[in-house]
Ligand binder design. Structure first.
Ligand code: R5P
Length: 295
């Protein structure tokens, strides 16, 4: 069979190179730019007849990425690609998984349906599965979920003495419990009530038994950073050490990073699902193992 072509649709060229080094993939030549009016220009410089195509595109800033992604899928189909796989290290539109207020659209479901119409398979890292237990509930194409837990656990074990893992809400328990179990570290999960995009209330247990520990705030993603900022405030009042902030996906909307640094955080560590200055943990091995199941 001919080697699959790998199209890198976002700026994660380092991750793309790491994947191409680990898998039998041929990097494809794709030109993208914006027209002055904001429309996308896309040009395929290779032909894909009788060849499978794989697209690497992390779906942070999803609204600006989804249209070129779907257009690329259409063009690859027209060229005769035998299959189209999507590696979306960060998978967007997973959090609106329920109608909280009358009239709200369950965007996770519609986004999944839309994407499923254009691809043959999907690989991602730690999607925000909360009320859904599997991507199969919303995606109609086969998917594989790889996990960042081994690399996060390895980093903590190598770098932090006496860690205490803290998940800011019940949704984070799946990650916190898994990672703590791998390194035999104590862990806690707090209770978060989200009142708005930038308004969260968190309740705290007694931290007295953990005063000598280095707190590690751990979540699947940092978006605005408010969840971690609120958690930090409470830790400070309880005279705990300055925490390390860790997340699988560093989205960092608005000036999340600057706000965390201004609040006294000195270490923010995320994986390279989204290229960022904090993205020091490489998950290409985990992604490549999942992609192997489709090629
Ligand atoms: C929410 O359910 C997620 O697991 C994160 O806790 C949340 O998205 C973090 O968002 P922010 O950084 O905006 O507080």
């Amino acid at each position: 069979m001919r080697t699959a072509r790998l199209y890198t649709l976002d700026s994660n060229t380092a991750l793309s190179a790491a994947l191409a080094a680990k898998l039998p993939l041929q990097p494809a030549n794709l030109l993208t730019r914006y027209f002055p009016d904001g429309e996308h220009y896309l040009r395929l410089l290779d032909h894909n007849t009788d060849r499978s195509a794989i697209i690497l595109c992390s779906l942070n800033r999803p609204d600006e990425k989804i249209l070129p992604l779907l257009l690329l899928c259409r063009a690859l189909q027209e060229q005769g690609a035998t299959s189209i796989g999507l590696i979306a290290p960060y998978l967007a539109y997973m959090r609106q998984d329920k109608v909280f207020n009358p009239g709200e659209i369950i965007t996770s479901m519609h986004f999944a349906r839309l994407l499923s119409e254009h691809i043959n398979w999907l690989v991602t890292i730690d999607p925000h599965l909360h009320r859904y237990t599997s991507l199969d509930q919303i995606y109609s194409v086969p998917s594989r979920v790889a996990h960042a837990a081994p690399v996060i656990a390895h980093w903590i074990q190598a770098k932090v003495k006496n860690p205490l893992l803290i998940g800011p809400d019940s949704e984070s328990e799946q990650w916190v419990q898994d990672i703590a179990g791998r390194i035999n570290a104590p862990w806690l999960v707090l209770e978060k009530i989200r009142k708005g995009d930038r308004d969260v209330k968190i309740t705290f247990p007694d931290f007295a038994p953990w005063q000598d520990r280095t707190p590690i705030l751990l979540d699947d993603m940092i978006s605005t950073g408010y969840t971690f900022l609120k958690t930090m405030e409470h830790l400070r009042h309880r005279k705990m050490q300055v925490p390390i902030c860790m997340a699988v996906h560093g989205i960092f909307t608005e000036n999340a990073r600057e706000s965390l640094l201004a609040a006294g955080i000195t270490q923010i560590v995320t994986t390279n699902t989204i290229p960022q200055v904090s993205a020091t943990l490489d998950i290409s091995t985990e992604l490549a193992a999942a992609v192997c199941e489709f090629i």
